[in-house]
Design a protein around this ligand. Structure first.
Ligand code: PGA
Length: 268
C-alpha cells in the first residue's frame, strides 16, 4: 500500500521508483542488473514504494523471465516506447502496444523529452500512443517538462499545463490506476542538475491542482519527479508532499543507487 495522504482524500497515493535504462546496457549486464535488483528486493522488501524497470525493448522478454522466477516479483516491467499503429502490418521498426504487452510489460513511458526532441514526437503522436497503450491495457508513465529557456522565461507551469491539457480527452476517461505522471524538467535530465525540492514541489502541486480540476479522482495520480535523481538528493525530494516517487535514468543502472533511491521513497 502506499504512502502520502492528500488533503482532500483519505486514500494514500502509491509511491513509485522507476528505472529508465534508456539505450543501456548490453544483454548480459541487463540480465545481471535485473537479477540483482530482484534478489535484493526479495531479501529486503520495501514496505510502501513500488519499483519498476524499463529496459530496451529487445530485452523485455528476457528480463520478464528473470523477474517471473521470483515468486511474487517485486519489480514491474516497463517498455520505453510503442508504435502509434495498433495493428500488426507494414510498420518497419515499430512494435505495437499489444505486442509490447505480450512481452510481460505492464507500463509504457510516453512523452519522454528524448522522444520529443530526438524523434520529433509532437502532442498529436503522443495522444495516439497514449490511446494505443490504454486500449492494449498498458499503464502509462506520461512525461512532461519544460526546457531551460521556457523556465527562464517564467513559462514552466504554462508549458507543463499545456502538455497535460493537450490530452484532456484522455484524462476525462482514464482509469487513474493506469496513470503515472513524471515531471521531468528537460534541463535536469542527464545533466547532474536537479530541480530544487522547492521548485519540484511547486510544479507537482500545480500539476495535481490541474488534474483535480479536470477530474476529481485524478487527485490520486502518482506524480514522479525525474531529472538527475541520485541517492544523495532523493531524500530531500521524497520529503516534498506532492512528490510520490522518481523516474530515474543514469542512477538506475547501478543496483545500489537505484535501491537507495527506492528506500528514500519507501515512506510509511
Ligand atoms: P536522469 O534521466 O536520471 O539520467 O537525469 C531521467 C530520465 O530521463 O527519465
Amino acid at each position: 500500500m502506499s504512502t502520502t495522504l492528500n488533503q482532500s482524500s483519505s486514500q494514500p497515493r502509491q509511491h513509485w521508483v522507476i528505472g529508465n535504462w534508456k539505450m543501456n546496457p548490453n544483454r548480459a549486464t541487463a540480465q545481471t542488473l535485473a537479477q540483482t535488483l530482484a534478489s535484493r528486493l526479495v531479501e529486503t522488501p520495501l514496505h510502501t514504494c513500488k519499483t519498476a524497470i524499463a529496459p530496451m525493448s529487445i530485452h523485455l522478454i528476457t528480463i520478464h523471465e528473470i523477474l517471473m522466477k521470483v515468486h511474487t516479483s517485486p519489480i514491474s516491467l516497463v517498455a520505453q516506447d510503442i508504435a502509434a499503429a495498433r495493428q500488426t502490418g507494414a510498420f518497419t521498426g515499430d512494435i505495437s502496444a499489444d505486442l509490447i504487452r505480450e512481452t510481460g510489460a505492464e507500463w509504457i513511458i510516453i512523452g519522454h523529452s528524448e522522444r520529443r526532441t530526438i524523434h520529433h514526437e509532437d502532442e498529436n503522436l503522443i495522444g495516439l500512443k497514449l490511446n494505443a497503450a490504454l486500449d492494449a491495457g498498458l499503464g502509462v508513465i506520461w512525461c512532461v517538462g519544460e526546457t531551460l529557456s521556457e523556465r527562464e522565461a517564467g513559462q514552466a507551469t504554462q508549458v507543463v499545463s499545456a502538455q497535460i491539457n493537450a490530452h484532456i480527452d484522455i484524462l476525462t476517461k482514464i482509469d487513474p490506476r493506469k496513470l503515472i505522471i513524471a515531471y521531468e524538467p528537460v534541463w535536469a535530465i542527464g545533466t547532474g542538475r536537479t530541480a530544487s525540492p522547492e521548485d519540484a514541489q511547486q510544479m507537482h502541486a500545480a500539476i495535481r491542482q490541474l488534474l483535480t480540476e479536470i477530474r476529481a479522482p485524478l487527485i490520486q495520480t502518482s506524480l514522479l519527479y525525474g531529472g538527475s535523481v541520485k541517492s544523495d538528493n532523493a531524500h530531500s525530494l521524497a520529503k516534498c508532499p506532492d512528490i510520490d516517487g522518481a523516474l530515474v535514468g543514469g542512477a538506475s543502472l547501478d543496483a545500489d543507487s537505484f535501491l537507495q533511491i527506492a528506500k528514500a521513497f519507501d515512506i510509511a
